[in-house]
Design a protein around this ligand. Sequence first.
Ligand SMILES: *Cc1c(COP(=O)(O)O)cnc(C)c1O
Length: 223
Amino acid sequence: MKVTDNLAAINEQIHEACHHAHRDPKEIKIVAVTKYVSIERAKEAIDAGITHLGENREEGLSAKWEVLGDKPKWHFIGTLQSRKVKNIIDKVDFIHSLDRVSLAAEIDKRAKRKIKCLVQVKTSEEESKHGLVPNEVLSFIQQLGDYSNIEVVGLMTMAPFTQDEKLLRHCFRTLKELQQEIQNQKLEYAPCHELSMGMSNDFTIAIEEGATMIRIGTALVGE
Ligand SMILES: *Cc1c(COP(=O)(O)O)cnc(C)c1O
């Protein structure tokens, strides 16, 4: 399938979900997750009008960045080892996987400008999912005030891979409620206006629950 065709179908679903939820489709950013596909295919996505690309490994991001450069905005969406921060820090616009103070310290130290970070939250019981549990998130963010290169622009979660709509909604609502709690603090370094949630199988539900960034791989560029 051509990326343009996939994108047209996804845009239609975004519009429908926004219509249901009385939201403006302009609030939704598509992050094309290119981790499974070639540089050529990522380029096809850019040609189709995609402006945000996501990668979950340092090697994958660096390889594509070498060729595609700064044309798209780059999102790092995977578990990030502190020792790899220096390799991606000048390439990325967003890091979606901030989950520990030591990582924040390393990002702050290596960055030459403010980095937009999202705090990853584990909103389900699933063993394999990374991130902070919801009741740790506020105190975690309160510890980040001294890191002047870190801006907490939002929260990110990965829901379990399931068709169980109730469970999915529960995960997304948990993230939305946390966002409200953090915004109530009015921390200058943590505006927290973004919710990165929703993937190929659940992005319409995520949009109905307030997503502003949806991370789509399979349905957009393929596996
Ligand atoms: C791979 C990945 C995605 C995209 O998953 P699809 O189901 O292929 O859309 C989104 N977010 C993260 C963190 C991922 O690792």
